[in-house]
Ligand binder design. Structure first.
Ligand SMILES: [Zn+2]
Ligand SMILES: [Zn+2]
Length: 379
């Protein structure tokens, strides 16, 4: 029985008539403190993995393949590989007069965005305190990573991979300058189990005027660590992992890749710079190129350990809306295969069960690295 508040009857009232059933909005769960984004338009997305036919029985053509450019919104970024297969050029699609199909990697606004177009949202009108909702604005873009209809980052040429990371850097730089943007998420879903609705290899970027609760909590933890220890939490973790050695997969003069001590997912790998660097989008060209090569290698090692696996990567960079000192945040990218389903205990407790120790995961990755190049001495 619902507990009635003093002097208040419990009953049903008419539904609020202010709901716009097409718009994206977020709503607050007062118990968990989390905001959920409602994006009703996204049920219209083509689901290539579910069926190769649309509702009228027509074969679905891949909207990301060359020749089908008209089926996506106009590009906001174009990268081209020169005829020598190595020289790269970034083309301004607005200023330059480029043919529609003249691209190697292209970035387009998502046709079915998870956020409203970029008008910084006004403060929401007065809502009952238990039914708080607010519009969520920003941008949602798709990075089409290749002209080839391939499904994984590991199938790209090195030049294509490099352009993908150039695109991520440029578009994050763009969004962090847009007034009101507080958070930028870049990520990849490869395979149906990883949340992809289309096979053609692509990654995505969502910029919003709100920082998600979990991200803000992580920022706060890093800020507290800096305040109490005088050091960056990530830099301290890197030092500790390098000293412990057993979870480190890769280390060169710029980058480190390791399976974190308390990895919440099996086979998760974290990549970051050895030097303190708050923002991925501020990486110099050489570090960016090294990062693109390492991520491609990690994906190919992952696929040799678990052939055909679905996987995600998530890129964490200092949210533009945080006002803490840049000394406390440190960018990273995490790659993980989709090996386990989130089951009842995880949903109920928000605590994951990881069946693979990170020490074992790191040993498997190191074995792949050594098979590729026996000079790699990490053990
Ligand atoms: Zn395609
Ligand atoms: Zn750091």
């Amino acid at each position: 029985m619902i507990e009635a508040r003093p002097n208040q009857a419990v009953g049903l009232s008419e539904p609020a008539n202010s709901v716009n059933r097409g718009a994206v909005e977020s709503r607050l769960d007062p118990i968990s403190g989390n905001w959920t984004v409602f994006a009703p338009n996204r049920v219209q997305r083509p689901e290539e993995f579910v069926t190769q036919q649309d509702f009228a029985g027509k074969q679905i053509e891949c909207p990301f393949c060359p020749g089908n450019e008209a089926t996506t919104p106009a590009p906001v970024w174009i990268g081209k590989i020169g005829e020598d297969d190595t020289s790269l050029a970034i083309v301004d699609p607005v200023a330059a007069n480029v043919a529609e199909d003249d691209w190697s990697v292209r970035v387009v606004p998502n046709k079915f965005p998870a956020v409203n177009g970029c008008t910084v949202s006004a403060a929401s009108h007065r809502e009952p305190p238990l039914f708080q909702r607010r519009p969520i604005s920003g941008g949602h873009e798709v990075i089409i990573e290749s002209r080839s209809h391939v499904e994984s980052l590991s199938q790209l040429d090195l030049s294509e991979t490099q352009l993908v990371f150039n695109a991520l850097r440029d578009r994050i730089q763009h969004w962090r300058k847009v007034p009101g943007i507080a958070y930028v998420s870049a990520f990849k879903n490869a395979g149906a189990r990883a949340g992809a609705s289309l096979r053609h290899t692509h990654s995505q970027l969502i910029a919003t005027d709100r920082i998600p609760t979990a991200i803000q909590q992580a920022v706060d933890r890093m800020t507290r660590h800096r305040a109490t220890s005088g050091c960056c939490l990530h830099c301290d973790l890197i030092r500790a992992e390098l000293k412990a050695r057993e979870r480190v997969i890769w280390r060169d003069d710029r980058l480190v890749a390791y399976c974190p001590f308390s990895s919440h997912l099996p086979m998760l790998v974290r990549v970051t710079t050895l030097e303190h660097q708050p923002c991925f989008e501020d990486l110099d060209n050489r570090t960016l190129e090294s990062t693109s090569r390492l991520v491609r290698r990690l994906v190919s090692w992952l696929e040799s350990i678990r052939p055909g696996t679905a996987y995600n990567f998530c890129l964490y960079t200092k949210p533009p809306g945080t006002d803490d000192s840049p000394d406390s945040y440190h960018w990273c990218l995490e790659i993980f295969p989709r090996m386990t389903q989130i089951a009842g205990f995880e949903w109920g407790s928000q605590c994951t069960i990881n069946p693979i120790l990170p020490e074992l995961a790191a040993a498997k990755f190191r074995a792949c690295a050594r098979a590729e190049d026996p000079r790699i001495m990490l053990s």
